[in-house]
Design a protein around this ligand. Structure first.
Ligand code: PEP
Length: 250
């Protein structure tokens, strides 16, 4: 749907600052395309140094999470204004690992979305079903409830900067990938939901990325699906060679 494909890398809890700068440098120097938006999401400590090291490249930098208050007595948290000042253009919201290990809910996803938009950072809201939910025929119900919970109270005009990532939990870090048809079908469902809840403009302009064991070998097939606007890559974004391979395949 989107004219420009995005390839985003989620580096999770990997890399020291020095290693992150080195990886970012390898990606920037090997990047041969300007028709793909490339985003890397390092850990918080590395975000600003990586953003500074990439300032003369087109590679964008994003956060992996943010807190919903802009400042205050919230020990250990990182806010939208801090991320923005550090150079983040995007931020992941409610990644399945945040939901699983840190108890994040639709309510906190909504608060984080509001905080990102307030700070002028593009939120990438992650949704997806577990294996059990897929096998129980609940995929669409789960997507609908995650989307409607996180986007409760928003109006169409507020969502120009929103991106979604369909990340089936059973495909994250497992080596299992959704088939091209499964990915396209889930994305089509999400787009139809956006149209019914908001309007056609939101449905058509919201980029929907697929995430779950994307590699150079399966990226082209997934990205060629009409409803897939790019990919969110975990493990394979930790090596410049495989991340660049995915970008080349896009
Ligand atoms: C992710 O962390 O968002 C992800 C999709 O991980 P992986 O590519 O390793 O499955």
């Amino acid at each position: 749907m989107s004219a420009k494909i995005m390839v985003a890398g989620n580096w999770k809890l990997h890399n020291t600052v020095e290693e992150a700068i080195a990886l970012a440098g390898e990606i920037a120097s090997g990047l041969m395309r300007d028709d793909v938006d490339v985003l890397v999401c390092p850990g918080f400590l590395a975000l600003e140094p990586v953003a500074l090291s990439l300032s003369s490249s087109s590679v964008l930098v994003g956060g992996q999470n943010l807190y919903w208050q802009d400042s205050g007595a919230y020990t250990g948290e990182v806010s939208g204004p801090q991320l923005k000042a550090a150079g983040a253009s995007h931020v992941l919201i409610a990644h399945s690992e945040r939901r699983l290990y840190f108890g994040e809910s639709e309510k906190t996803a909504r608060l984080r979305l509001e905080a990102a938009l307030r700070a002028g950072i593009k939120p990438i809201l992650c949704v997806g079903e577990t294996q059990e939910e897929r096998e129980g025929g609940q995929t669409e119900g789960v997507l609908q409830s995650q989307l409607s919970g996180a986007l409760a109270g928003f109006e169409a005009g507020q969502l120009g900067d929103l991106l979604l990532a369909y990340e089936p939990v059973w495909a994250i870090g497992t080596g299992l990938t959704a088939t091209e048809e499964q990915a396209n079908q889930a994305h089509a469902f999400m787009r139809a939901w956006l149209e019914s809840r908001f309007d056609k403009t939101v449905a058509n302009s919201t980029r929907i990325l697929y995430g779950g064991s994307v590699k150079p070998a399966n990226a082209a097939g997934l990205i060629s699906q009409p409803e897939v606007d790019g990919v969110l890559v975990g493990g394979a974004s930790l090596s410049a060679q495989s991340f660049l391979g995915i970008i080349q395949a896009a």
